[in-house]
Design a protein. Structure first.
Length: 768
């Protein structure tokens, strides 16, 4: 910004500086804003604004001034208000010319000081979220990661704003107190099911709907992954040749993305909705909670049976009752990216929040909603095909059951009374009844019908499921033909599957309850450890002074004193290690944000914590992790918990004089593979799955350092890995080892990881 531009544009309210076909001289970016009062927002935040600006050469070409200069200015807002004459603001407004030197750093810096109000964390958090939300997330404006899809849809990189070919892009860097929580978009996008892309031009509107990689893999028999396929549609623009052009990308998540109170669930709730951006900046209120500009929540409530679109049905005809698959706003995450050149007829409201809802804007709404409706049709078609396959599978199962009944049905005669003649007859598996072991009958419901504990609720649900299965079995027996009502068979299978799911939920609920109790004691234990550490340090100091004083004359006394001092040293070191670990796990920075960690250092830290037991058992531990290897972004607390659990298991089962080895590497997709191997007793392959279930500990003796074990170590490891869309499993160990556990954590941004690895490699070559 030149001195003249500061004088005639920055200081002029509602000026005409941005009117016309205005593009920035360097990167050809479209200027945004029109009222010319945005700069006054600084007055609301602070009492003083300092401006230091040196224009680039592109910005001063063609100016009338023969010797353009930069500007260094100060605006003291509070002092300005005390002046009645705007022509004489004195020192409250100062501006001086800055000569443009070739070595000067070009650009503009704004510094606000004398902040008018202190921001508490409860105010700062929403502000940071709003700042981040002003730009579309990377998942909407960058190439889709391979964890979402390996195919190219309608565009690699959507056009979110107008700019020149050499534009490096816009970066928002929040540091210090403005450094918010972790960006969970990579994790959230990897858990979605479908992608919608829309390329709207006046000539034609194209739609592409594609299932994600993870959703395809999740389809199990009788469905086949190949059934979830790509669909391409096209149709006329509602406004014809005069219609707006834009790109749109939407992620669809029909189911839950995580535990209800998890950080990911809260993040997804805050970020859901299809939002609108103009020149890369958000236009409120579209896509905000409670805003239903696409009428998705309205139709989700009333469930129209079918949708009408201008798109040719050749690619996929209308599906009967397709509207029953409609979803509300919370199931969609999207960005409609408009530019002023592509949509020149858009008219903003007076308050700049939204556009005038005329036919021009209505055409944008129609195009985007058509893309969403087509995705509903695609999902309805897939569901119809899967339902047909399940009916056929049940029909075949019923047919086999009927054939078995006919083959094994015996005539009613005297031989039926002789059980010895029928010993070889194979009986069909009994239907679930209230007499099954481990399954409470209806009589148990009455005893705890007023008990609202989780255990009683689980029993009531379990009993109700059994009753429903019994009733359906009786209804099915009334039909003469086994296939008269196949939906009853489907319902029975679903109820039995629900019983299995209920058992899993019961196990997880018990795990969480146990961990909650442990966690409560854990936080209190931190203070206890801290107190013990202070006392042990004082004890060591007293023993040291006593030993140095020479007051103990006898040899036996000095020997005893030395042993006590050595023991106090060991105690201080042990408590220091424990305190370091506890700080890693429950400290304020341990869960603030995910970051890339040096894996070798983290492994060393975990080994130091377990060193007393490792030394006592005369075990050898090899940390073969490359010192420069960095992990995918992970919370430090979770990295510590993961490594401690893996190494604790290895130390327990390696045995005396055993070996433990830790290795890690990055695969071609930059996912981290962390492996912990140990000698000792081999875990049979048949038990690999069992030891990842809660409370399946094989430890029967109590270890002074490591404890007895609750059977939660490996389940915790797997749960942590799953939160990062990863896995944890037993694998075949290398030669010389009996057991190996490998944890795989994908990198949500492999491109950044590759660049970092490349820089490390180049740095290593330079140093060599």
């Amino acid at each position: 910004m030149t001195f003249e531009r500061f004088q005639h544009a920055f200081l002029r309210i509602a000026g005409r500086d941005k009117e016309g076909e205005r593009l920035s001289p360097r990167f050809k970016r479209r200027y945004t804003g029109a009222k010319g009062i945005g700069r006054l927002a600084a007055q609301k935040l602070a009492g003083r604004l300092d401006i230091d600006s040196v224009p680039r050469s592109e910005a001063i070409r063609g100016l009338e001034s023969d010797s353009p200069t930069g500007v260094k200015a100060t605006l003291a807002w509070d002092e300005m208000e005390n002046h009645s004459d705007l022509n004489d603001l004195g020192d409250s407004l100062t501006a001086e010319r800055v000569p443009i030197r070739s070595s000067a750093r070009r650009g503009t810096t704004l510094v606000m000081s004398e902040v008018t109000d202190l921001w508490a964390p409860r105010r700062l958090g929403p502000f940071i979220r709003e700042i981040r939300a002003c730009r579309p997330a990377g998942i909407f404006v960058e190439r889709l990661p391979k964890s979402v899809t390996t195919e190219r849809l309608l565009f690699d990189v959507p056009q979110s704003r107008e700019h020149g070919p050499n534009d490096p892009g816009f970066k928002l860097d929040l540091t210090g107190q403005f450094e918010g929580g972790d960006d969970l978009w990579p994790t959230l996008s990897a858990r979605t099911s479908w992608i919608i892309e829309i390329d709207a031009t006046p000539e034609l509107v194209r739609y592409c709907i594609l299932p994600t990689v993870k959703y395809r893999k999740s389809l199990a028999a009788p469905a086949k992954p190949a059934w979830a396929r790509r669909y391409d549609f096209e149709g006329p623009h509602p406004e014809g040749a005069a219609g707006p052009s834009f790109h749109c990308r939407i992620l669809v998540s029909p189911g839950s993305v995580g535990r209800r109170q998890s950080e990911l669930a809260r993040f997804s709730g805050a970020e859901s909705g299809i939002r609108v951006y103009l020149e890369g900046f958000r236009v409120l209120p579209y896509g905000s909670p409670g805003d239903d500009w696409l009428r998705l929540d309205l139709d989700y409530a009333r469930r129209p049976r079918e949708f009408e679109t201008d798109v040719s049905p050749d690619a996929l005809p209308v599906i009967k009752n397709e509207g029953f698959s409609q979803l509300g706003n919370r199931a969609y995450y999207g960005a409609v990216m408009l530019t002023e050149r592509g949509a020149p007829e858009l008219q903003p409201l007076v308050n700049r929040e939204g556009f005038i809802p005329d036919d021009y804007f209505e055409s944008i709404r129609t195009v985007v909603r058509t893309g969403v409706d087509l995705s509903v049709r695609v999902r309805a078609a897939l569901k119809k095909r899967i339902d047909a396959a399940e009916r056929e599978s049940n029909r075949q199962a019923n047919e086999r059951q009927e054939n078995w009944r006919q083959e094994n049905e015996r005539p009613q005669n005297e031989d039926d009374c002789n059980p010895d003649q029928n010993d070889d007859v194979e009986l069909p598996p009994p239907s679930p009844t209230n007499e099954q072991p481990g399954m409470p009958g209806p009589e148990t419901v009455d005893s705890d019908e007023h008990d609202h504990t989780s255990s009683a609720i689980f029993r009531r649900i379990d009993s109700t499921l059994l009753e429903l299965i019994e009733i359906i079995s009786e209804l099915r027996a009334e039909f003469a033909e086994p296939n008269t009502h196949p939906k009853l068979d489907i319902l029975t299978n679903n109820l039995r599957a629900l019983q299995i799911d209920l058992a899993d939920v019961r196990d997880e609920q018990l795990t969480l309850r146990t961990l909650a109790g442990v966690g409560t004691q854990f936080t209190a234990f931190v203070h206890e450890i801290n107190g013990l550490l202070g006392q042990s340090q004082s004890l060591r100091s007293i023993l040291g002074k006593l030993a140095d004083s020479g007051e103990v004359k006898s040899r036996e006394g000095r020997r005893t004193l030395k042993a006590a001092r050595d023991s106090s040293d060991d105690l201080v070191q042990s408590l220091t290690r424990q305190m370091s670990y506890l700080t890693d796990v429950v400290g304020p920075d341990s869960r603030r944000r995910r970051r890339r960690l040096l894996v070798h250092d983290r492994v060393e830290s975990a080994i130091r914590l377990l060193l007393p037991r490792i030394t006592e058992r005369q075990q050898s531990v090899e940390n073969l992790v490359d010192v420069a290897l960095t992990s995918p972004p992970i919370f430090p607390a979770e990295a510590s918990i993961l490594l401690i659990n893996l190494l604790t298991n290895a130390v327990k089962f390696a045995g005396d004089s055993g070996k433990i080895r830790v290795t890690a590497f990055l695969d071609k997709e930059m996912a981290m593979h962390l492996r912990v191997e140990n000698s000792g007793v081999e875990v049979p392959r048949k038990d690999w799955a069992r030891y990842f279930r809660p409370f399946e500990s094989s430890t029967v003796s109590v270890d002074i350092v490591l404890g007895q074990g609750m059977g939660l170590g490996l389940p915790i490891v797997r749960s942590l890995a799953a939160d990062y869309d990863g896995s944890a499993n037993f694998v075949e160990p290398n030669s010389g080892f009996a057991t190996a556990v490998e944890v795989v954590i994908p990198d949500p941004r492999p491109g950044i990881a590759r660049k970092s690895l490349s820089r490390q490699s180049q740095s290593g070559k330079g140093n060599s």
